[in-house]
Design a protein around this ligand. Structure first.
Ligand code: PMP
Length: 474
């Protein structure tokens, strides 16, 4: 429901909300009033196709999730010092999707809280403090996590790299330290893992000890990077040999987004010591969790310090998380992520054949990145083109974001109810906007008046198979 006209909302926000909280599309921000499935509706009741909201995992305001939350809210919401079935059932559902070693859960309210607790557990279990993290990684907004989030601490106004923090290269085959243009793809996992081994050795040589290695199981803020084959297996072996534990941050990429598995780390055939989950878990409601081994949980217990979190695992949050699990299963959303994700990747690859400035296309399930470059041979990034495309897509009422160290990766991680027809809509619009880029930029970066070929209106009349249409036009 709209309470204030948009200009008043903007004025109040200017006055009372900290300027560090930034809006999407700052020049012309969206005022979204309603969400349904994969669509968002603004103050003029205009629909936007949402390709960025991995949090609204089973679709914005899914009726089953809303009902579960409302019913539980009308019945009881209290802390987890009382027995309640919702929390134990939610814990069981989580561990049932994980390797059996991961059998103990702690419930928290956000991905940041989950990662902070993961660090605390690691410190207690290993007695060490040094953390290995990846370049360009983001693990949350708490002070402990800004310290291990290169994405934040490395900014000009950031806190810088602390002594206990060690950076490993982002295992990016396209623009990382070791590239598939120079080495065989199948060797890259080993090469990047060797670097982690050297970091572990360096920590030991300094007379310190490894506490943890933390990484997302697919790198989202890092630019939609899919880890090279065999990478985590080798990394985990090195880290464990050095006495550290391995944390898989599944806050963005978990809950079946990859389709074939529930969790992205399963693609690498490893068992982490700690897994952190959040965002999609509550479909928009704040609920998150840490899942770990009995041994780590026992080290924590032995400290004798109680873990209490007022809202963590409350009956409402757990009712919601359980409903999210139900919907994923009932609506076969993992299967949908697989099928629609493959189609999205195929169509994006077709576009890449057509447009020189698409350097790379990659993805698994409903997690896709299109990397924009100025020059395919040098792989020099083009943030300008990527930002132009993302802004133009908004004008076409499709929301996609940009990310990666150079802001040149078009990022898509839509709600899991995304359909093939939605992919067609996205591709139709991208095709039109890419044509504009081709005609306009000639890499001089001065946008010309836009064409109508990708407009919302034109999309209504597009043919049934966009893929064929694009192939014909190549
Ligand atoms: N880990 C990852 C990988 C994330 O993307 C985020 C949020 N963007 C977090 C942790 C922190 O989660 P939250 O914002 O819920 O605290």
């Amino acid at each position: 429901m709209e309470v204030l006209p948009k200009n008043e909302t903007i004025a109040l926000r200017e006055k009372h909300i900290g300027k560090s909280c930034q809006l999407f599309y700052r020049k012309d921000p969206l005022k979204i009033l309603v969400g349904k499935g994969q669509y968002l509706y603004d103050d003029k009741d205009e629909a936007y196709l949402d390709c960025i909201n991995n949090v609204a995992h089973v679709g914005h305001c899914h009726p089953d999730v809303v009902k579960a939350g409302c019913e539980q809210m009308a019945t009881l919401s209290t802390n987890n010092r009382f027995l309640h079935d919702n929390i134990v059932l939610c814990a069981k559902r989580l561990v049932d999707t994980m390797p059996e070693e991961l059998s103990v859960c702690y419930f928290v309210n956000s991905g940041s809280e989950a990662n902070d607790l993961a660090l605390r557990l690691s410190q207690i279990h290993t007695g060490n403090k040094d953390v290995i993290t990846l370049e360009h990684a983001y693990h949350g907004h708490l002070t402990s996590l800004i310290d291990i989030s290169h994405y934040k601490f490395n900014l000009p106004g950031g806190v810088g790299q602390k002594e206990h923090v060690h950076l490993a290269s982002s295992p990016d085959y396209y623009r990382g330290k070791f590239r598939d243009s120079e080495y065989r793809r199948e060797d890259l996992g080993h090469m990047y893992a060797q670097e982690v081994k050297e970091i572990c050795n360096g920590i030991e040589e300094k007379g310190r000890g490894v506490c943890a290695y933390i990484a997302e199981s697919m790198l989202s803020c890092g630019g939609q990077i899919i880890l090279p084959q065999g990478y985590l297996q080798e990394v985990y072996a090195h880290v464990r040999k050095a006495g550290g534990v391995c944390i898989a941050d599944e806050v963005q990429v978990g809950f079946g987004r990859v389709g074939k598995h529930w969790w992205s780390f399963q693609m690498q055939d490893v068992v982490p010591d700690i897994v952190t989950v959040g965002k999609p878990m509550g479909n928009g409601h704040p609920v998150a969790a840490v899942i770990t081994t009995r041994a780590i949980a026992e080290s924590f217990e032995k400290t004798g310090v109680e873990y209490f979190n007022t809202y963590g695992g409350n009956p409402v949050s757990c009712a919601i998380a359980n409903a999210v699990f139900d919907v994923i299963e009932k609506e076969n959303l993992r299967e949908n992520a697989l099928v629609v994700g493959e189609y999205l990747l195929e169509c994006s690859q077709i576009l890449a054949k057509k447009f020189e400035f698409i350097g790379d296309v990659r993805g698994v399930g409903l997690f896709t990145g299109i990397e924009i470059v100025k020059d395919r041979s040098t792989r020099e990034p083009s943030k300008e083109i990527a930002s132009y495309v993302s802004c133009r897509m908004k004008e076409e009422h499709i929301l996609i974001s940009t990310d990666g160290p150079d802001g040149n990766v078009l990022k898509m991680k839509p709600p899991m109810v995304f359909s093939k027809q939605n992919v067609d809509e996205v591709m139709y619009a991208l095709n039109g906007i890419f044509k504009e880029v081709k005609e306009t930029f000639e890499f001089a970066i001065a946008p010309r008046p836009r064409s109508d070929s990708c407009s919302k209106e034109a999309r209504k009349t597009m043919g049934p198979s966009l893929k064929e249409a694009i192939i014909k036009s190549i």
